[in-house]
Write a protein that binds this ligand. Structure first.
Ligand code: AMP
Ligand code: MG
Length: 332
């Protein structure tokens, strides 16, 4: 088995994948700040405090011992430096003491590979919607290319900030989804005309800081649940539009969702309607594999191990600004 360690931001997670690709559910521990956003140092302290416990848990849950582990994979970037360093340190220590190879993986690419593993799609356009990242990605040649992305904050970060402004604790996305559904169930005839928000598409890129400010303002004139509904409709439609254009430009017929915001049922629905209308197919992994998780790191590690892409100790420094297209794809 390959052991994967995820620590790019608020989540510390361990997961394993069998050498033949069978994935096992991750064990995770989420850092939840008492107030405000994620302070990288505090999140890193949280990760080091729970790392030992989580490691034992993943071993016990999967009934494995160290002799079952053939390699250690870790998130090398992108992410928050202090958080990444905790995961990398644990990975180096384990690889060294268990005498197995070390594999530093690209977190964004791992979202694609676990999605392919779980859903069976082959060559998708990935709509990657998470707290810190919002990107539309597709493979050409030996790289996954970024076709469009947010120019300011990630969509999940926008949802979390809006939620926080309304006293809703982190993570805000699930509660916004609940409130939006509540509004819809009480107002079957509702129209977006009465609560328009800025639509942040610029060419193939996206932006969410404008809609955040506007949505906060709307709470003084509209019910919170109506604002949540409109916020979802506008911001998700923007992502789906860019994803659709990426499918049109690349000629690819599969859309894969990934990232924590891909847990959202309305986003999943919009993705499947768009794909149906253009004769394509939309794929959404189980929620546990949409949010940041150690198993996805293990899965990309497995593919890299098979293709001989290992990481030496000298090259194992974390890379907070690592880009999706900096990773050479050596696997199928
Ligand atoms: P990640 O950064 O990929 O771990 O995902 C975390 C982000 O996903 C946070 O911003 C959450 O608010 C967001 N999220 C989780 N569940 C949902 C949901 N059901 N709807 C919208 N956003 C969600
Ligand atoms: Mg992520």
């Amino acid at each position: 088995m390959i052991l994967g360690i995820e620590s790019t931001a608020h989540t510390l997670s361990f997961g394993v994948v069998e050498n033949d690709g069978r994935a096992k559910p991750s064990v995770s521990n989420l850092f939840r700040p008492e107030e405000g956003g994620i302070h990288p140092r505090e999140a890193a302290d949280h990760h080091s405090n729970v790392a030992g416990e989580l490691l034992s848990e993943v071993m016990v849950k999967n009934s494995i011992s160290k002799s079952d582990i053939t390699a250690i994979a870790f998130s090398q970037g992108p992410g928050l430096g202090p958080c990444l360093r905790v995961g990398a340190s644990v990975a180096r220590a384990l690889a060294n003491s268990w005498e197995v190879p070390l594999i530093g993986v690209n977190h964004c690419v791992a979202h694609i590979e676990i999605g392919r593993n779980q859903t069976g799609c082959e060559d998708p356009v990935l709509l990657y919607v998470s707290g810190g990242n919002t990107q539309v990605i597709a493979r050409r040649g030996n790289k996954y290319r970024v076709l469009g992305e947010t120019l300011d904050i990630g969509i999940g970060n926008m949802l979390d900030k809006f939620a926080r402004s309304q006293g809703i604790p982190f993570p805000g996305g699930p509660e916004i989804e609940r409130l939006a559904g509540n509004w819809l169930s009480r107002n079957t005839e509702c129209s977006l005309e009465s609560i328009l928000l800025p639509y942040g598409v610029q060419g193939m890129d996206l932006g969410f800081s404008g809609i955040l400010t506007a949505a906060i303002k709307k709470t003084s004139t509209h019910e919170l649940s109506e604002v949540c509904w409109s916020l979802q409709e506008h911001s998700f439609a923007a992502c789906i539009e860019v994803a659709e254009r990426a499918m049109a430009h690349t000629g690819k017929s599969e859309l894969l969702l990934g990232g924590g915001v891909a847990c959202n049922e309305r986003l999943r629905e919009m993705a499947s309607i768009m794909c149906q209308e253009r004769g394509g197919e939309s794929y959404s992994p189980n929620k546990g594999y949409c949010v940041d998780n150690g198993t996805m790191i293990a899965e990309l590690g497995r593919k890299m191990l098979e293709s001989g892409s290992l990481t030496t100790l000298q090259d194992s420094a974390v890379s907070p600004g690592l880009r999706t297209d900096q990773t050479i794809v050596t696997w199928h």
